[in-house]
Design a protein around this ligand. Structure first.
Ligand code: ZN
Length: 752
């Protein structure tokens, strides 16, 4: 069925501005289609059942279901049978990926005393799935290289670049040492990466009780927090500097016959062996350490004095892995659109877990499944989406976004031609709606969450989030902004879930949604993230599961049914101006710090304040950064802002005289290009897989978003020429975006 065969010249009246009141048409909908849409959406939201979500979770989390396990495949087949039963056109699409599993794991202290780490999570009597040890993957970090090293231990806090600057001042080097870093404050793979860059030969990562153990709350099973033997598994693949997905097939789908790199050439494996441990195993090692006492904000909650080392503590770390190729099972389900089948709204959540994975990912997966059931039910009642809706249950997210990345790479051309947007979730909990994503959809998402009821209050999810943001604002200026800005700000996407390939590699406008913020938890990536834990300590009655289904499902329906795609550019332009302001401040603060530090060195401050009993090395002097030329970015942001306002005015005016189907098709085509325009074919410097010029994961932060990454990282890494040339490159991309918006304005004006 070709979409333009059904063309008619019936005038469609458009409504703009997602005002709250129900009598105002929805953003992007003509008055008549808006009221029809509202009726279907209300039916949809009423169909969603928390109890169904509980039963799906009981099934999906009943056994460990990591990549390569029989239950992972069985879950994919069960999901397939359910979505088919609900009327979707669905199949399983497989890929063949490198997935290492542990062969040997040994950690022992060899000096000054002997201690062998347990490296096991024991069963807990009240928790019926915690004893499935035969089916569990033991604690390990995936894509660590094999290694057998013996060396003194050095404590490096969270293991970030600034922690090594502090170690330099303490006169401590990690060259030839094994480091022990705390989990948290960065994506875990940054820790071995930075350790290796400083000459370390091995890396241990442990969960300190200050962060997710007994300090915040009682430990499992009495409370939700990490018990002494609980370990966080997880991937340490260096994806931010190369790419996520299968390490042997970067940039292409990992199909059976794909050309594969040799294991030794895979760019994203770690440089040194890595092993995660519990605080039960970490405490004896840390307790024996000597050397300087750790700086105050490095200390955790163990009942010991934290020393940095190196000194008497020497450890032996040995890890080796089965470097096998495993099959992953993505479930891909379609509801074909009746007017624009070639335009796709894609929604995904992964189904694989590190162990039983009730919270991560099943709490998000069950919300997605309940949406799929309810959408199927709407179809039985006569609803048809205008555009095609594609629901995806991804496999292999935990090792590093394998299923979603391989599907994106295998279908890159079609996705770039057809995708309207990608909506992700990955786990859920009680509290406030979390939304991150493309700022061209910020206004749209504000409209969606104004229509969602918060289960614990008589407020909408939007009102509750607004109160939360006012309460949490860091100063009066921020509070004022939340109170006065019509839309709540959305955060930018970094990485850490399945949207990565869609936004960063293919330039598909993307969203990540989930509720949370009310419950602490310490079971992340452990054997205790299971049905017992979730139904005792998280969204126990699944009402926030229903809220997530309502939020993501409403967003999918609205994007699929809108007459005019609800992209909007004034919030985007406002966000760009904010980012430019932040970049200028970053550069200026760096200048001032360098000037101040050089002055302190010159005037002898460090020698003058040195404590001879706790001596510190003065920091090195540094070249004062030059002033950067931000004029091209300022100019590009200004013209973008003006075009964004003109587009908004043109659409509002068109609402008065109507637009033909043909004009709408032309406009929608341009709007779909708007996110693609923010990418470049050559991508970011040194990591060309990342093509988006506004959002990327940080090379030294991992999950946290790096906004305007080319410029920001050049400033942070003091590459001044590069900062200037990246400013020019980003400005050109913004100009390209402005041209797309101008072309849309022209289409509207010519249609009069
Ligand atoms: Zn997850």
């Amino acid at each position: 069925m070709r979409s333009f065969a059904t063309l008619s010249l019936v005038l469609i009246f458009l409504a703009f501005v997602g005002a709250r009141a129900d009598d105002r048409p929805l953003q992007g909908f003509a008055a008549a289609s808006s009221s029809t849409e509202r009726q279907w959406e209300e039916k949809f939201r009423a169909l969603l059942s928390p109890d169904n979500q509980r039963e799906y979770m009981r099934r999906l989390s009943a056994h460990p279901h990591h990549v390569g396990s029989s239950y992972d495949r069985s879950n994919a087949e069960w999901i397939l049978s359910k979505v088919k039963e609900w009327g979707w056109d669905a199949q399983i699409e497989t890929f063949e990926v490198l997935f290492p599993t542990p062969k040997e794991r040994l950690l022992e202290m060899v000096e000054p005393t002997h201690f062998t780490a347990k490296l096991q999570e024991p069963a807990v009597a009240v928790d019926p799935t915690s004893n499935q040890q035969d089916e569990q993957l033991p604690p390990y970090n995936a894509y660590s290289i094999d290694g057998d090293v013996t060396a003194p231990l050095v404590f490096v806090n969270y293991g970030l670049p600034k922690d090594y600057e502090e170690l330099d001042r303490l006169g401590v080097s990690v060259k030839g040492a094994i480091v022990i870093a705390k989990y948290g404050n960065s994506w875990r793979g940054i820790k071995p990466k930075v350790a290796a860059e400083h000459g370390a030969i091995g890396c241990l990562i442990y969960s300190d009780p200050a962060d997710d153990g007994y300090a915040p709350d009682n430990v499992f099973p009495k409370g939700p927090m990490r018990p002494s033997d609980g370990v966080q598994r997880g991937s340490v693949m260096d994806f931010p500097s190369s790419s996520p997905g299968d390490p042997l097939t970067p940039g292409v789908g990992a199909t059976k016959d794909a050309k594969r790199l040799a294991l030794k050439d895979a760019p994203s494996l770690t440089k040194i062996p890595v092993l995660p441990i519990s605080y039960g195993d970490a405490q004896p090692l840390l307790a024996e350490m000597i050397g300087p006492v750790a700086p105050k904000d490095w200390r955790g909650s163990l009942p010991i004095t934290y020393h940095v080392g190196p000194g008497s503590t020497k450890v032996h770390l040995k890890v080796s892995f089965h470097w096998d190729i495993k099959t992953i099972y993505n479930v891909i389900a379609r509801l074909p659109g009746i007017e624009q089948p070639d335009q796709w709204v894609i929604r995904g959540n992964h189904h694989d877990g590190w162990v039983n994975g009730a919270q991560d990912p099943t709490s998000g997966q069950v919300a997605l499944l309940e949406e799929a059931r309810a959408l199927g039910e709407l179809v039985k009642q006569g609803w048809r989406p205008k555009r095609t809706i594609i629901y995806c249950a991804w496999d292999g997210e935990e090792p590093m976004l394998l299923g979603s990345t391989e599907w994106a790479e295998a279908h890159d051309t079609e996705i770039q031609q057809h995708a309207v947007a990608y909506i992700n979730s990955d786990g859920n909990g009680r509290g406030y709606v979390g939304m991150a994503g493309s700022h061209t959809l910020e206004h749209f998402m504000n409209g969606v969450i104004r229509d969602i009821n918060d289960p614990e209050t008589n407020l909408t999810a939007w009102q509750r989030l607004r109160f939360h943001e006012i309460a949490e604002a860091k100063d009066g200026e921020d509070r004022k902004e939340v109170r006065e800005r019509p839309d709540l700000r959305m955060s930018a996407l970094g990485s850490g879930s399945d949207y990565t390939a869609y936004i960063d590699h293919l330039g598909v406008a993307s969203l990540n949604l989930g509720y949370g913020g009310e419950d602490d938890s310490g079971i992340y990536h452990s054997a205790y993230d299971d049905f017992y834990w979730y139904t005792h300590f998280s969204d126990t009655d699944f009402v926030y599961g229903r809220a997530l289904s309502q939020t993501a499902g409403t967003a999918a329906m609205r994007l699929a049914d809108a007459d005019l795609l609800p992209f909007e550019f004034t919030d985007f332009a406002d966000t760009i101006r904010l980012y430019v302001k932040q970049l200028k401040k970053l550069a200026e603060d760096g200048r001032e710090e360098a000037i101040e530090r050089n002055r302190e060195i010159d005037e002898g401050l460090f020698a003058g304040t040195n404590d001879p009993r706790h001596s510190k090395v003065p920091p090195p002097g540094e070249d004062v950064p030059p002033h950067l030329n931000f004029a091209p970015l300022d100019n590009a942001a200004d013209t973008l802002t003006m075009s964004a306002q003109r587009y908004q005015a043109a659409v509002e005016k068109a609402w008065g005289h109507g637009l033909s189907q043909l004009t709408l098709q032309d406009l929608n085509r341009k709007l779909m290009e708007s996110e693609r325009s923010l990418t470049t074919q050559e991508g970011l410097l040194r990591r060309p897989w990342y093509r988006h010029m506004i959002y990327a994961p940080g090379v030294y932060t991992g999950y946290a978003a790096m906004t305007v990454p080319g410029v920001r990282e050049a400033i942070e890494q003091k590459h001044w020429d590069e900062a200037n040339s990246e400013i020019a490159r980003v400005s050109l991309v913004l100009d390209k975006e402005t041209a797309v918006i101008n072309s849309a304005i022209q289409t509207i004006e010519q249609a009069k």
